[in-house]
Design a protein around this ligand. Structure first.
Ligand SMILES: [Zn+2]
Length: 314
């Protein structure tokens, strides 16, 4: 068992008390131009019985994502991403939270209505979701290794976590269910979450910069062909101040690592109305000696879609 794997069995748990507020503003959809290609495997041909490529929700619909890149994934990649990322995160990890806050779902009948907790005497305690604080894990990631230069074997501390729960709802539940032992059920899916950050970053970079504007480098992580997640996915152990009414936030930077070669870095803050951290995913490489990369780079430097273009710090 590697050090990193051993660490993932023993996360550092701390509670963070928050008021989740309202998520009403999250569900206004915006769509990019249809692509007609699978952005993950590059497939351009459709089987006879499939009329069009699938739409990509850049941030999953289940988390209130409102950006859609139409006709951008094939059935095979879609199935892989659902199995590796969307199902574990949306239904398993965020399931109670989503049910309680009425997040969008493709299958209303699968909404959870009750949670089974434990009493002090060890017996089961059934609690309706409306009474449950519905805690969710909040992962804090260290800086991606491609940026920090840290070797995986030297520093295995790639992540830690906090549990987000609601102060008011927690207090009310203790009063209403005095037999409750105070424990929560939280499933830890940090590796799936890191793949999710890579998927969000890559989808957003393709949507904003264009397919062919850079060489994709995170697709092996997204499609489960690489488990070296923290080479390209990272974040900060610091939490940002909440933004009143804040949505999910996304930003693209280009970082030059040598002459003519830049990394495409997407910075991602989910649920900015809460004390969430900023993640980053390094999803591509721009090579200015490649004419299509150079043309896209010049265009987006002018239109401001790459917010920060910076040289490598030495
Ligand atoms: Zn594909």
């Amino acid at each position: 068992m590697s050090c990193r794997h051993a660490l993932s069995q023993m996360p550092l748990l701390r509670l963070c008390w928050l008021d989740f507020g309202s998520f009403a503003g999250y569900f206004h959809m915006s769509r990019y131009e249809p692509l007609g290609i699978c952005i993950y495997c590059g497939e351009t041909e459709l089987p006879d019985d499939v009329p069009r490529f699938g739409d990509e929700h850049i941030i999953p619909l289940a988390l209130g994502g409102n950006l859609i890149l139409p006709e951008a994934s094939c059935k095979t990649c879609e199935a892989t991403i659902n199995r590796l990322i969307e199902t574990p995160i949306s239904s398993q990890e965020w399931g109670y939270f989503r049910s309680k806050h009425n997040f969008p779902t493709r299958n209303k009948r699968r909404r959870k209505t009750h949670v089974t907790l434990k009493k002090y005497d060890g017996g089961p305690l059934q609690v309706p979701i409306r009474d449950y604080p519905s805690p969710v894990p909040l992962y804090l990631l260290s800086e991606a290794r491609i940026l920090s230069g840290r070797a995986a074997s030297i520093d295995p501390l790639s992540w830690t976590m906090k549990v987000l729960t609601e102060d008011r709802s927690e207090t009310e539940m203790r009063a209403k269910y005095p037999e409750w032992d105070g424990g929560h059920q939280v499933k830890i899916r940090v590796h799936e979450f890191a793949r999710l950050i890579a998927k969000i970053g890559y989808g957003y970079a393709v949507a904003e910069l264009g397919y062919g504007a850079f060489r994709p480098i995170a697709n092996d992580i997204i499609l489960g062909r690489s488990d070296d997640l923290f080479e390209l996915v990272g974040g900060s152990f610091d939490l940002e101040a909440p933004i009143d009414g804040g949505d999910h936030l996304l930003n693209i930077d280009a970082l030059f690592v040598r002459a003519g070669i830049a990394l495409v870095i997407v910075r991602i803050r989910l649920f900015s109305a809460m004390n969430t951290p900023i993640y980053h995913a390094i999803v591509g490489e721009i090579n200015l000696y490649c004419p299509s990369h150079r043309a896209a780079f010049e265009k987006h430097r002018a239109n401001g879609r790459m917010k920060n273009i910076s040289p490598w710090r030495s």
